[in-house]
Design a protein around this ligand. Structure first.
Ligand code: PLP
Length: 630
């Protein structure tokens, strides 16, 4: 637990049980060990890994906590307006996610946000509270605008946010043509900025939003049309994952001042929409580091409500309904990616310990052997540097043809033996010199995991996002290895070499020596953006997912299992057709038969194997059913 900081990042949704298992804990008296769920799926039902475990109770709980945090703050400050959340579905459009959020948020009038026509079409079909907002953001064409306007006739509280000035006249024209009265929001470019990785989403150069001059033009234009009452919402967003609460307060202040300015200009705004940005503490460090946050959900709600109220009181304007569009903080916790370790490699594995140089070995090899034999606590720094030089010489001489392949193998093995010995000596020292800091990662194992980084954790690849990664069991045993993780794509970028740490980022993950049981790693807080941003690199498709409800202490139900994409689906998504593939194989088989390269029995088997793979999972599947490392 201490090693993986579970209590610090899990916000109470996960814990380590007394028997060393990761458990999901979605409520009072509810707990289920992940290992038990995985074993049931794999061993009893014969399903394949990797898979995502989805916990709808956690998702619903997040929606509830968010709303309750704002309610508590509103009560505490006697705020005169209310709070209505909106879920931006771009964060995760999966049916299981949107429907769960919509249902959990119904009584809170928690709404949805659509950023494209397709997302709007999806949102319009959801059952929503009549007061819940359906916020339409992003660039809009006539089709988008029409759909949004029709939504109002369906009794949905659709608000069209003007992101570009030209959208206003376009919308007014469509509204007249359809005979539907619109409700407008207007997005304002705050000069306040977020903090962390999405800092650029705000500021004057932000992609979306109007400046102060354009904002006032919107008011004038609507006044001309005698439709100023249709402007109901001011929208701002300074970026996702805002790590520093001070930035939130500065932005809320500026947004509320803008709201007050619009009221002064004659608008009758009802909503102040402060966008997303509520962060997730991925590393549990509670700092302004990009993978963390220096505030709690309760502090966020309190600071937003307090700051908005302070400005409204000073400006003597009504306290509006506060809206936030939290996506990451709502969805991150509910999904865990489970991946099996299918193999282990590394510089200290599969090598003979310190071979003897042969009679005719090159001098550089005998030098390395000498360094190894004479290495002590007193001289290891000097010896280490000499060994690095010797290893480089070994490789240079090999390139020039002066060192044989056998000697290269001996030299490399001796070098690694030196590293291992140095690592042992360094471990005992209080002060570790800079040049030895990365020794741990040089000596680390590579744990090969059955998953695709590009499909399942795209943010780790693209923007170095950190996720807590923890073995799903054996947490009562001390991990004896340090590892980096590699995926099964044929892409050398497909690896994880950064792991959470309270003070820094670690370059290796403490792991156990895999034994005679499959060894599974869980990637936690993976429910925001990762599910939907992933891509099909190497044609590894969407992974299977299990929806699990916890019903008691150690009791759970697997409500639904959705198999991952089949190879056929992935190939078809690239423009091929299954029958085309099968015809081609059959033609080639006929030819091979005629040429005598295949027997009729082999022909049958080949076609059967080909067909099976087309219908199979795109990830590694072992015929003996177990991902056990020999
Ligand atoms: N609202 C808007 C306009 C956004 O662009 C985003 C994403 O960046 C969000 C809400 C969701 O933000 P978050 O996931 O940080 O809550």
């Amino acid at each position: 637990n201490e090693l993986y900081q579970v209590d610090r990042w899990s916000s109470g949704w996960f814990r380590v049980s007394g028997s060393g298992k990761m458990e999901v804990t979605p409520g009072q008296g509810l707990s289920a060990p992940l290992r038990d769920i995985i074993d049931e799926l794999v061993e009893e039902r014969g399903e394949s890994l990797p898979l995502i475990l989805r916990f709808p109770q956690v998702l619903a709980g997040r929606v509830q906590h968010l709303n309750e945090a704002f309610r508590a703050a509103i009560r505490e400050y006697d705020y005169q307006g209310s709070y209505q959340g909106v879920f931006p579905i771009k964060v995760n459009q999966r049916r299981a996610v949107v429907e769960t959020v919509a249902a959990a948020g119904y009584d809170y009038a928690h709404g949805l946000e659509a950023g494209s026509k397709a997302e709007l079409a999806l949102c319009l079909a959801q059952k929503m509270h009549p007061d819940a907002l359906l916020s339409c953001n992003g660039f809009k064409d006539d089709g988008f605008i029409k759909l949004a306007l029709w939504g109002r006739t369906l009794g949905k509280n659709v608000v069209i946010t003007i992101e570009k000035f030209s959208e206003l006249d376009r919308t007014l024209k469509q509204a007249k043509a359809l005979g539907v009265r619109p409700a407008f929001g207007v997005r304002f470019k705050l000069h306040a900025r977020g903090s962390g990785q999405w800092e650029e989403s705000g500021g004057d150069q932000a992609k979306f939003g109007l400046n102060a001059y354009e904002l006032l033009r919107v008011v004038e234009r609507l006044r001309e049309e005698d439709m100023l009452d249709t402007l109901v919402l001011l929208h701002t967003h300074i970026g996702s994952q805002i790590t520093d609460i001070r930035r939130v307060k500065v932005a809320v202040r500026e947004a509320t001042q803008t709201y007050a300015g619009l009221i002064a200009a004659g608008a009758q705004l009802k909503y102040l929409n402060l966008g997303g940005g509520l962060a997730v503490d991925y590393d549990g460090s509670k700092t302004t580091f990009y993978a963390s946050m220096n505030y709690t959900l309760a502090e966020y709600a309190a600071d937003v409500v307090y700051t908005a109220q302070e400005v409204c009181r000073a400006r003597e304007v009504p306290e509006p309904t506060i809206v936030t569009e939290s996506g990451r903080a709502v969805t991150a916790h509910h999904a865990v990616l489970v991946m099996p370790v299918v193999d282990v490699t590394g510089p200290t594995r599969d090598r003979e310990d310190a071979p003897e140089p042969a009679e005719d070995s090159h001098q550089v090899v005998t030098d390395l052997k000498e360094f190894l034999d004479n290495l002590t606590l007193r001289n290891y720094r000097e010896m280490y540097n000499d060994a690095v030089d010797a290893k480089n010489t070994l490789h240079n001489l090999f390139d020039l043809g002066y060192v044989s392949l056998e000697d290269r193998a001996r030299g490399e093995a001796l070098f690694h033996a030196i590293l291992k010995k140095v690592a042992k000596l360094v471990r005992g020292e209080k002060y570790v010199p800079d040049e030895f800091e990365d020794l741990q990662s040089i000596l680390a194992d590579q744990y090969i995991c059955n998953f695709s980084l590009f499909q399942s954790l795209p943010d780790n690849w693209a923007i170095d996002a950190l996720f807590p990664i923890v073995p799903v069991d054996r947490l009562n045993q001390r991990p004896t290895r340090q590892a980096t993780l590699v995926d099964i794509t044929c892409d050398s970028d497909g690896k994880i070499e950064k792991f959470i740490d309270l003070r820094d980022v670690k370059t290796t993950l403490p792991v156990h020596e895999p034994g005679d049981q499959p060894y599974y790693l869980g990637v936690f807080l993976a429910g925001a953006y990762q599910d939907v941003l992933g891509n099909a690199h190497n044609l590894f498709g969407k992974v299977s997912e299990a929806h699990v409800t916890v019903t008691g202490a150690g009791e759970y139900n697997i409500d639904l299992f959705v198999r991952g994409q089949k190879a056929r689906r992935m190939i078809e998504s690239m423009g091929y057709e299954e029958v085309m593939l099968r015809d081609s194989i059959e033609d080639q088989v006929d030819e091979a038969l005629r040429a005598g390269h295949l027997t009729p029995v082999q022909e049958f088997e080949l076609l059967e194997d080909y067909g099976e793979e087309l219908l199979g999972y795109t990830y590694l599947e072992y015929e003996d059913g177990a991902d056990v490392i020999e």
